[in-house]
Design a protein around this ligand. Structure first.
Ligand SMILES: [Cu+2]
Length: 129
């Protein structure tokens, strides 16, 4: 093999290694899932009362440690065509130390209430495409 061919071969290997490293780092950068948006569950309000997420993003509800009354999160009205509507509501009520997370895959408007305080505690989640 000539010296020129050897040099070209080495150059190709370096180029391939650099390309592989770049590709791996680009894939790693994509990997982490987006952090959920946080909604706090308080005596007697959701904080905030309205949020917007992108399709596929999650919302995490965190019950405040300052609560003295029990609360739940219940989907009162979802977008048309929403499947598994019941899965968007908590099964239990809690005063504090509870969290609950859900992922929104159907775009539209979601109206949540606390079934114990339905007139005070309202939350609108807007899911964009
Ligand atoms: Cu409540």
């Amino acid at each position: 093999m000539s010296r020129r061919k050897l040099r070209l071969g080495r150059l190709l290997i370096v180029a391939l290694a650099a390309f592989a490293a770049f590709g791996a780092s680009a894939a790693a950068a994509k990997a982490p899932a987006p952090k959920p948006k946080i909604v706090t569950v308080n005596d007697f309000y959701f904080g905030p009362g309205a949020i917007t997420v992108k399709k596929g993003e999650s919302v995490k509800w965190i019950w405040s440690s300052l609560n003295t009354y029990p609360h739940d999160v219940h989907l009162k009205q979802g977008p048309s065509g929403l499947k598994k509507k019941a899965s968007y509501s908590t099964k239990t009520t809690a005063v504090t130390k509870a969290t609950w997370k859900d992922t929104f895959t159907t775009p539209g408007t979601y109206k949540f209430i606390c079934t114990i305080h339905p007139t005070e505690m309202k939350l609108t989640v807007t899911v964009k495409k």
